[in-house]
Design a protein around this ligand. Structure first.
Ligand SMILES: [Zn+2]
Length: 321
């Protein structure tokens, strides 16, 4: 069991216990995370939550092996209105947060105080397939915000919606977003990954429990200050584990002029016309990457002249008045 780290590259490392009872993934995102942060100035607690969601979205994307984009959102009813992370099958990530205009955020603010102040916060996972059939809608799961931190919210979601026993340990600061995911594999009558004596169901459960206890020894400071190679060695040195080829997440924004145009069409002609009258053109900034798009009168007339279907899952940006 060893990982050869590629210095400076973000890494997702999958592994499986050799007795096939537990699988897991470590994630270490720094360059991608700094790309996200370079475009926004978020208060520290918002950075922490969004960073943990970035790690979690990549972990789930690799875990669910879904060919498409996972969009993970927390809709808040407090000082934070929205946290969004998107991750596609190639582990291309982008993320953004939307704060209430009058938001006052203390350094020690927690997830419930920021996003679930009156219990109306929602956790939403959308699975948007890469090769959609015509008219096919993305799958969307919406649940109440059940948990005091990002990992608990996701664990509860996975148990309820996917019937999967999943544990997550996540941490993020200004520089890194790291995490560990462990998942209990279904018991298949003692089939093993290697030629050892078959496991009994009790032994498989014991292995899972032991792995979770080991994971639970991780403190956030330790996750933030330790590479995943060292964390893996430290936690599982007594276990027989197989590691897979590492994957490499990266920052990538999917905004295009066409998608922003679709968003303007969804806003409707009256709203767009009123901005045109006032400013002579409509300017839109992508919330994820900051890219600026301008639409003059001719561009806007063209937008509303075509009958192309409007296809925009979430608004790509905000019209600047
Ligand atoms: Zn963008």
């Amino acid at each position: 069991m060893s990982i050869t780290p590629i210095i400076g590259q973000d890494t997702l490392q999958k592994f499986i216990f050799d007795n096939a009872s537990v699988r897991g993934e470590f994630i270490d995102i720094s360059a991608t995370w700094r790309e996200v942060l370079s475009r926004h100035a978020y208060p520290a607690p918002v950075k922490k939550l969004l960073g943990e969601m970035v790690a979690a979205a990549a972990l789930l994307s690799a875990n669910l092996k879904f060919n498409g984009t996972i969009i993970m959102q927390i809709h808040g009813d407090g000082p934070v209105n929205l946290l969004v992370v998107e991750c596609d099958a190639e582990l291309h990530l982008r993320a953004t947060a939307k704060l209430a205009s009058d938001a006052v955020i203390a350094d020690d603010a927690t997830l419930p105080s920021l996003l679930n102040a009156s219990g109306k916060g929602r956790f939403v996972i959308t699975l948007d397939p890469a090769d959609k059939m015509p008219g096919q809608q993305p799958y969307q799961g919406i649940v109440p915000l059940d948990g005091d931190d990002v990992s608990t919210v996701i664990e509860n979601y996975m148990l309820r919606s996917e019937q999967l026993d999943t544990k997550l340990w996540l941490a993020a600061d200004d520089n890194v977003s790291r995490g560990l995911l462990l998942q209990k594999l279904p018991y298949h009558g003692g089939t093993t990954a290697v030629e050892t004596a078959p496991l009994t169901e009790d032994e498989a459960l014991e292995t899972w429990n032991r792995a979770v206890i080991l994971g639970s020894t991780l403190k956030q400071e330790e996750i933030l200050s330790t590479t995943i190679e060292v964390l893996m060695e430290r936690l599982f040195w007594e276990e027989t584990i197989r590691v897979f080829e590492p994957l490499h997440p990266s920052f990538h924004c999917t905004c295009t002029r066409e998608k922003v145009g679709n968003m303007l069409k969804m806003l409707g002609r009256p709203e767009v016309n009123s901005v045109l009258e006032e400013l002579g053109q409509v300017g839109v900034n992508c919330d994820f990457c900051g890219q600026h798009y301008d639409y003059d009168k001719v561009d806007c007339a063209q937008l509303f002249a075509t009958d192309a279907p409007v296809e925009a899952l979430i608004p790509a940006g905000e019209v600047k008045h």
